[in-house]
Write a protein that binds this ligand. Sequence first.
Ligand SMILES: Cc1cc2nc3c(=O)[nH]c(=O)nc-3n(C[C@H](O)[C@H](O)[C@H](O)COP(=O)(O)OP(=O)(O)OC[C@H]3O[C@@H](n4cnc5c(N)ncnc54)[C@H](O)[C@@H]3O)c2cc1C
Length: 520
Amino acid sequence: METMRSDLAGCPVIIGGGLAGLMTALRLAPQPVILLAKVPLAEGAASAWAQGGIAAAVGEDDRPSLHAADTLVAGDGLSDPAVASRIAAAAPGAIIELERHGVVFDRDQAGRLALGLEAAHARRRIVHVAGDGTGAAIMRALVATVQATPSITLIEGLEARRLLVDDRGVAGVLAAGPFDACLLPSRRVVLATGGLGGLYAHTTNPLGAIGQGLALAARAGAALADMEFVQFHPTALAVGLDPMPLVSEAVRGEGAVLIDETGARFMEGKGRAELEPRDVVSRAVAAHIGAGHRVFLDARRSLGADFARHFPGIAARCRASGIDPAIQPIPVRPAVHYHMGGVAVDGEGRSTVEGLWACGEAAATGLHGANRLASNSLLEAVVAAGFVADSIAGTSAVSLPAPRPVALPAAPEANALRAFVSEALGVVRARAGLEAAVARLEPLAFRGGAAADPALVALLIATAALTREESRGGHWRSDFPHPSPGWARRLVQRVDDTGTHLVCRAVALPNASQSVAIGA
Ligand SMILES: Cc1cc2nc3c(=O)[nH]c(=O)nc-3n(C[C@H](O)[C@H](O)[C@H](O)COP(=O)(O)OP(=O)(O)OC[C@H]3O[C@@H](n4cnc5c(N)ncnc54)[C@H](O)[C@@H]3O)c2cc1C
């Protein structure tokens, strides 16, 4: 096992090479940092796959307060209003910051930022690049800037496997590459490890997104919050690809309808039909599939021959699978898309463990509550990375004794759990399935072995989902199908001091007096 170069000892270690990790490193420059990414930059990052764009109140008719209000409505009573206001207020500045790093956002003929409209946003405020190429363009620009920044020591192909902790908090990171292991002593570690869709059999996330940072944090004693809130996208392309490509909501926005193998529209007459919110459409599609049907998105009448002009990327992905959406219905099913929960952090991105920060999808800042507003996650990654960097900039390196050798845990492997996790912790949950999930996952999570970390993350979801006896946002219980005012609380969990059980408690919402009414 190797230790780090002595000139880098003690400098902040950022785990994760997506938008959150890169922005933290850039914000800290010229302070030296180590940036770890388990696969080459951008390859394993959901950030590079983002299509729609990044939300910011930059339109003439828009204000950050309106953006924050939309965020709170989507969060279904569990978002922290102070966090929503602060992040919405920082959004226009985040766009300028990305432009400074070389991102060229789409503009209209008058030179103003071109603004898209997405579901549940009251104004046009989605800033984008090359139509649906936003994430890839942002990552290209930031990767180039990071590579040209001498203060950032970038180590690709190194996977964080454990956080070292002592009685003063975080003491370093134990990481492993393809051939050997490495100890990185540091009192300042940032988790920017992204989401957890790869724990599920059906996901739009990179398959390496298995919530590893959440397991690292939990085993280090940190609190995690909102773990039960998983966002499913109702229309992922169901052609046997893993992960599943997205068929964007915009296709339904253009009039495409959901049908089954008989050609029947099963959402007609239900509220706004196919234009209901993501969680409602996901449940309807899942229920229809559960009843033995196959589900398709039919754009033949609404778009027909114009499909490829409107949605060139989706058309290309369909055609690669032998489907011509102009003349054929597109097979779809719900898939995990985003995780609202994560490492519980304060306004500086600090976890409950001294020296451990988190940002991006791995963190639970209180912005998303029970459900994420579209295009708020890229925004949160940029803005919260700034909070973390400012907080770390106020600290200084502490010299550490050489860390004691630690056994290297096995590389995490989620495959054996994916089908089970999808079944028990999917779009529709119920007591029996959740109890069975807890019973199966708990021994796996604390026994060690390749399934341990994925099982621990799934156990955190299962325990919170079992505890929350109501339906709200991304969490739907068939045995408690309504929101309950008594549940306007956050569930916070941590591994107990024996390291063998979870403790789960409901806490009052911060800034609760300003919370919107449930279901508003
Ligand atoms: C298909 C798709 C489309 C989306 N579209 C949008 C959109 O239009 N707008 C929007 O706001 N959001 C969108 N999202 C969500 C958004 O992309 C993510 O929430 C956001 O990019 C997360 O950024 P991040 O930096 O936290 O994580 P990621 O970008 O996922 O980066 C995580 C990084 O951590 C690394 N990592 C993980 N574990 C370890 C470890 N143990 N050791 C070392 N490295 C590790 C990974 O390799 C990766 O580099 C979309 C998501 C998907 C999947």
